[in-house]
Design a binder for this molecule. Sequence first.
Ligand SMILES: [Zn+2]
Length: 459
Amino acid sequence: MINESEIRRWWDIFKRDNPLTEVRILGRGKTFSGYYTNPEQLIADILAYDGYGIYATINAIKDSCYGRTQHDCIIQKPKATTSDNDIEFRTTLLIDLDPERSSDTNASDAEKALAWETAKNIIKYLADQGFEKPVIADSANGYHLLYKVYLDNIPENTELVKNFLQVLDMLFSSDAVKIDTSVFNASRISKLIGTKSAKGTDTPERPQRQSFFCYVPESYKEVDIAYIKKVASYLPKPEQPSRYNNYSTEKFDIRSFISQQGIGNAKETRFSGGLKLILDECPFGGHKAPDSALFVMDSGAIAFRCLHNSCQHFHWREFRLHYDPQAYDRREQEEYARKRRYYSGAPQKTVAPIVEDKRGKVWLSMKDIVWQDPSELVSIASGISASVQSASAASRRCVPHLQKIRSACTSSGSGNGFVRRCIRSVCEKRVRGAFWSGMPITAAVMSSMCRKTIIFADT
Ligand SMILES: [Zn+2]
């Protein structure tokens, strides 16, 4: 059974700009393939394959693939199907969530409900990280979150998507629901939404379901690569012996650290990359389980993450210093103490403007600028200047927390417009932020900034 109108919708969302698509049909030990540029012909041809799993490529295929034998028709045992080299560029970032269950069975309603909870948590988390809204699809047995991207098909981006999915797996996979980390390759196929699952036996408890769209954003926008990189960067790397850890090469014993420090450890689970120790409580914001955890990667790397925005600046190093202030050298200790003061979550008093120039512009002096962690900066293509170099210099001047600078910034022609958009974004997020620059700011903007404790200073 195929839902034709849902397939037309799928085509409209994903294939309008790059129509060439390979449809691949799997089941009963057979493989079929066909390349199409026309949705109506595709629909007409797949109708005969009821009872099979029907999939399609998710990224833009090179035109030359249309020259293959199976163009505008479906053949069995194709000589060639789409490989990673056949992908022109990536258009879709797929997050595939599936409930854990016995192989070759369909999910029960209760299992699917757990996958839906995980999907909602991921959507919220990625929105906090600056992501645009995804298309959400019920994939019959789980959920697909499909983020729009434009990524060149190069090895760096394959690595990027792989690391990104591993971070989501680390943060969100549980014993009940897994994020599939294997769907990172460019030539990935995924369920053609509107077709039915053909897995397992169709039973009342575990039915073969139809896939469909749960949510399609009104305007489906590309996620800026900077945000994907930011999330991917949370993948822990082993600490190298260096000055700050006194050139230690010892393997850190996390379990004895936890028991020595009396750290409450609610639950242990495994994810594909290692072990996850869910903490009773996050030491920085008091967030309860399961929101914060320690991760011990199979590589030996250790990480701390709390899902709350207010804790995103605290990593393993800060976690360790919180319990063991002598763990690293003095510079690390001091930096941590400063960070702690800044991100303490205690209500910060609104900083009163202290310098006024002739035109009534109000600035803070450099000494009033609070410390920032440059590694947390998200680079923002500002469009202030036509030259990429100076635009990135401008974005470097914007202090972190600018989580949600929309791609609209890039189309802004004026520096002032850019600044105003940044401010609006910061205000929407209700976080503290700061700029320093000599950019002209109007009085109205200034007063709204002061209310939200956004501060300015001249350079
Ligand atoms: Zn926290």
